[in-house]
Design a protein around this ligand. Structure first.
Ligand code: GRG
Length: 296
């Protein structure tokens, strides 16, 4: 695990430095918007999606500087989703990554625009930088991220989530919601990282996609358990909000103990999806463990 922690720390530093360079400078007009964009992205966050992109990139023998752009694009979409999700019209939260949410630190209009501009910047990066030697693959990568972020991916999952407040969802209904809301971007992170290289054939990419589907779901199950169990100080975001807002979660559907068992099953399924990859998939295996065993 220590070896994993060292690897994760170095990838987190790599993505932090790259995001720092890629985001518009805070003293360039419109300064307040650029400052809000940087506020929403820099300085904290587990960077799980970039870690996945780097781990998948290692498996596909991709050049890390190319993976860093794909990873940055995914993280920008993620940061936009958090800034918008925290706004009063959605989850209405005041704490994110241990600091005031973007609209609290700035204002609602600025947070809305910052999220919009982060999403645009993500796609600008995919258009601006060479990520693979085959332009057709690069176009596929743009389409992949767009689909993952859009109405049949993350944004659609968020719409289902908002409609579900106050309702009791079945486990399959929860799964449908989370495969979209959280899972789509996690899958995109892994696939984009891999597609920066040319080391995987179609069957292997499908295996990676299965792995990412399982850990995406596991990520959400663990998120629900942590929301119910972990303190706000550890999470860096308001704990206990799901129950407080009467949101259907794995904890409300299954209880805490069964949710933990389910997360463990998903971890095993994710690891099984990597069968045949050998040592090259070490980081992906370690990430599955990290996602399920994490405490924040
Ligand atoms: C607003 C279009 C739109 C979508 C929002 C992702 C999302 C959809 C909302 C976030 C709400 C939430 C708490 C979802 C649960 C899982 C999740 C995405 C948690 C936050 O991701 P982490 O734990 O956050 O990777 P850090 O801060 O570590 O990056």
């Amino acid at each position: 695990m220590n070896d994993f922690q060292d690897w994760a720390r170095s990838q987190q530093q790599r993505i932090e430095a790259r995001l720092h360079q890629l985001l518009p400078a805070p003293d360039i007009a419109p300064q307040r918007l650029h400052q809000a964009m940087r506020y929403a992205v820099l300085g904290a966050g587990k960077r799980v999606r970039p870690l996945l992109a780097f781990a998948a990139g290692e498996l596909a023998r991709a050049r890390p500087e190319r993976v860093a752009i794909a990873a940055a694009a995914v993280e920008l979409i993620h940061a936009y989703s958090l800034a918008h999700d925290d706004m009063p019209c959605m989850d209405d939260d005041v704490l994110r990554r241990g600091k005031p949410t973007c609209h609290v630190e700035y204002d609602e209009a600025t947070a809305l625009l910052a999220g919009d501009a982060l999403q645009s910047l993500a796609f600008q990066l995919l258009g601006e930088y060479r990520l693979t030697s085959d332009p057709a693959v690069q176009l596929d990568m743009v389409k992949l991220l767009a689909a993952a972020a859009g109405s049949r991916g993350m944004a659609g999952g968020q719409a289902i989530d908002l409609e579900a407040v106050g309702k009791a969802l079945t486990v399959p209904e929860l799964e449908f919601m989370h495969i979209h809301k959280t899972g789509a971007l996690i899958r995109a992170a892994a696939l984009l990282g891999a597609r920066c290289g040319d080391g995987l054939d179609g069957k292997q990419l499908a295996q990676l996609d299965h792995y990412a589907k399982y850990i995406g779901l596991a990520f959400q199950v663990v998120d629900d358990v942590l929301d119910a169990e972990a303190p706000t100080a550890t999470l860096g975001k308001t704990a206990g909000k799901d129950a407080q807002h009467n949101k259907p979660t794995y904890v409300s559907a299954l209880g805490i103990a069964e949710s933990k068992t389910f997360a463990e099953e998903l971890r095993r399924d994710a690891l099984a999806a990597l069968d045949g990859f050998g040592e090259d998939a070490l980081r992906l295996r370690q990430l599955a463990d990290f996602i399920v065993l994490r405490k924040f």
